[in-house]
Design a protein around this ligand. Structure first.
Ligand SMILES: [Zn+2]
Length: 96
């Protein structure tokens, strides 16, 4: 698999020598995404794709993802917001 930034083999976006972007300043910019009318399988694929894309495009960003039914979502979003306040990890968080 080649680097998503320079397309060369042997490293990834996190370790790319051409990635000189500054780390995202904490809480300066966020992206909120919601997909409606998806099957559980589509939700799984979208989640995997979003995590992969986040790692490639914004390796220093902190990612939090929630998936579930419409009725579960308010509680999951509340949990996600709590995670964001206390998390120091760059790894994506999944609220299952
Ligand atoms: Zn590279």
């Amino acid at each position: 698999m080649s680097c998503s930034i320079c397309k060369e083999d042997g490293h990834n976006a996190k370790t790319c020598p051409k990635n000189n972007r500054e780390p995202v300043q904490a809480e300066s910019h966020v992206l909120w995404v919601k997909f409606d009318n998806v099957t559980p399988q589509q939700a799984d694929e979208l989640l995997k794709g979003a995590i992969d894309l986040k790692s490639a495009v914004a390796p220093n960003a902190r990612g939090t993802f929630a998936k579930g039914t419409k009725s579960e979502m308010p509680q999951k979003i509340a949990e996600a917001l709590k995670l964001n306040q206390t998390s120091i990890s760059n790894e994506p968080k999944k609220i299952e």
